[in-house]
Design a protein around this ligand. Sequence first.
Ligand code: TRP
Length: 453
Amino acid sequence: MTQQSIKRGGFSSSFGVLAATLGSAVGLGNIWKFPYLTGANGGAGFLLVYLLATLVIGLPVMIAEITMGRAAKANPITALQKLAVSKMPWWLIGVAGMAAAFLILSFYSEVVAWVFAYVFKAIGGSILSSDRQVTQAAFTSLIGDPLQSLLWQWSVLVFIGGILLMGVTKGIEGIAKKLMPILFLLLLMLCAVSLSLDKAADGLAFLFRPDFSKITAGVILTAMGLAFFKLSLGMGTMMTYGSYFRDDQNIPQTTLRVMAADLCVSMLAGIAIFPAVFTFGFAPAAGPALVFITIPAVFSQIPGGHLLMVAFFVLAAVAATGAMLSLMEVPVVILHERLGMSRAKATLLTIAGLMLLGSTCALTNNVLADFKLFGMNMFDLFDFVSSNVLLPLGGISLALFVGWTWGADKFTQALSNHGALGNQTTARVVFFLLRYVSPLLILLVMLKGLNLL
Ligand code: TRP
């Protein structure tokens, strides 16, 4: 089978495009990472830096990725080859993206594993206790057990792989269209409950009243890393989804909507979590374990808490599913289109690879607890290197590619649907940002945050 002869799937409707793209952006980034990073980095000040990074860096890079993907209608490696005019090996960005996908999936699938395990534990009710010691012990016993950690992770990989086997239109788009509305409904319900609690105002103040004394170069890098991670940027996910976009889709408008809705989900998750955390006297800076230890303890003190806790973890599982699909689709489509494997074979190979590499993260809190590189365990290392180094580097390379190689004319043509949209000014502004502002800004934040400047 030649590369050209492979029939490509695609998103079938405008709502499908929006649901799938938002499904990729919304994930554990909103419900797990955003709350704990905001909690650990001082609240509203961090939120403000994150907002700025999303607008100034995230938005143009996201538009760039989607536009490139749609113009090339191919996986990231082939897309870069097709669009590049020079002989420079720009396609290496696609290869780096695939490597980043494996690193991210390795730790991400483990957190998804905890979430899925918690859905069942929540239903059973065993983790519901007002005693922090008990909820802490429940979490520690899950992540401390190598067999449970591995089995849950591998089940998640098989589950997501199963959806991918249904294809782009039926699998990814079909599931996203069903899950996104459920997600918003659950989230709004949880916010309503949280806002009715005694100390809701303290939680909201923490989330919305900035204290700039906590902002350091490291915190700014973390915020930028979160912006990349949140919008699924810098490793080819959005390029891949862009390749499934319809030709008449308005890219800047879709991007803005996804960004706004994604921010909305993060804010709502913050509103659902922090008032509850403050009302029951928990520390907002509890770190990655925040939702797993705090949420059960909080809900045990609210009437109807058992059901609400189930709702919370189902919400997290729903969010995680769309994001996992988009992460895994990148290696799957690369293997499928580059090596001529069937989608089924490509999916199985991806799952197998992730079972191997991912197991280092599943075993981080037990068998491999003392194994450290650069002072970090595998889980933290994969997380740190992908968000704070690989994704920003990917973002810089893609911005430079559009700004200096692909060029203003082709970019504008592609972004305006060949003139049909008449959004020349938008295209010019985004192009200017990609050519001059984004690469420099990302580099600066990265070097400063890594203490290299
Ligand atoms: N954006 C998702 C989240 O917030 C995670 C994700 C999906 C992602 N695809 C990605 C992160 C690509 C980085 C790159 O949970």
